[in-house]
Design a protein around this ligand. Structure first.
Ligand SMILES: C[S@@+](CC[C@H](N)C(=O)[O-])C[C@H]1O[C@@H](n2cnc3c(N)ncnc32)[C@H](O)[C@@H]1O
Length: 275
């Protein structure tokens, strides 16, 4: 399968059967940013913190070019030691998660597994070299302490034109992520590139990609669009959404999936929301 095929799977609820939290807007925007980096000759590895059953890792698995690699880090069903808050969150949201489910899903779309680090993201300091990455997706533990440490890891491992993507940056039930993000932002060093309902895109490299680069690339790509840039202190960045037509199609697809689930007796839905 190719990247474009996976994007169309993620955009079609009738075919998208990998459980997880990657939605079409972010799948497209991540892909647009990957294309921008590649097009401008920026090279480096890809890192994901928090893989769950592989939904976003499968997308990231299409990004590495020759000489680059994808590393994913997750606790999965290991006995990795984490703080009480982190352990409670994992028990609540990811019960019954098995590394084998991640691997099975990933290998449906790729010939080989990525490098998998099973354990707490704290351990990445010994595993991923400084300035070796160009793209880091943070979607692991959502307590302030874990999100803060993951932001620091991203800052350390990102090299030239590196981009960090922070999931759940504005989710009310896990405000620690927002606190960790804005802390970095208000320090003055993190520059926003764009944001969606689910993820915040930014860089620490003042000579790397700009919010304007991203908006222009979004305007030239199908499926998503950039709204007017919103000023956030000394920077501005655009909110990126699906185009209205794509959103209508996606919602019709979701309705069809849910109607079938309810008609079949209300079996639990693989995903609850989509945007
Ligand atoms: C929201 S899920 C990831 C969703 C995935 N990115 C997707 O697209 O479907 C969060 C994942 O982070 C993992 N996790 C939680 N705390 C972690 C930690 N401290 N270190 C590494 N992984 C962690 C959980 O096991 C879970 O699989």
């Amino acid at each position: 399968m190719r990247l474009a095929d996976y994007l169309s799977v993620v955009g079609d609820p009738g075919r998208d059967d990998v459980e997880g939290w990657l939605y079409p807007t972010d799948a497209h925007l991540m892909s647009v940013i990957n294309d921008l980096q590649i097009g401008r000759g920026f090279r480096g590895d890809i890192l994901e913190i928090g893989a769950y059953k592989g939904k976003s890792a499968i997308l990231l698995g299409f990004f590495p070019k020759s000489g680059e690699s994808l590393t994913v880090c997750d606790i999965f069903d290991s006995e990795a030691l984490v703080s009480d808050g982190n352990a409670r969150e994992n028990a609540t949201f990811y019960p019954g998660l098995h590394q084998a489910d991640f691997e099975k899903n990933y290998l449906r779309f790729h010939d080989r597994l990525p490098r998998v680090h099973v354990g707490s993201s704290e351990e990445l300091r010994e595993v991923v070299a400084a300035r070796s990455c160009r793209f880091v997706h943070i979607d692991g533990g959502h307590t302030y302490e874990v999100a803060r440490a993951d932001m620091e890891t991203a800052r350390r491992v990102l090299g030239p034109a590196g981009v960090v993507v922070v999931d759940d940056w504005s989710s009310a039930h896990i405000p620690g992520v927002a606190m960790a993000l804005w802390e970095q932002y208000l320090s003055g060093a993190l520059t926003p590139l764009a944001f969606t309902k689910g993820k915040f895109y930014a860089t620490w490299d003042p000579a790397g990609l700009t919010a304007e680069d991203v908006s222009d690339a979004v305007a030239a790509s199908a499926g998503i669009e950039a709204r007017t840039a919103v000023r956030l202190g000394r920077y501005a960045a655009a909110s990126v959404t699906m185009t209205f037509g794509d959103w209508q199609r996606y919602n019709a697809g979701l309705r069809a999936v849910y109607s079938k689930l309810y008609a079949d007796g209300g079996a639990s839905a693989p995903q609850i929301v989509g945007f």
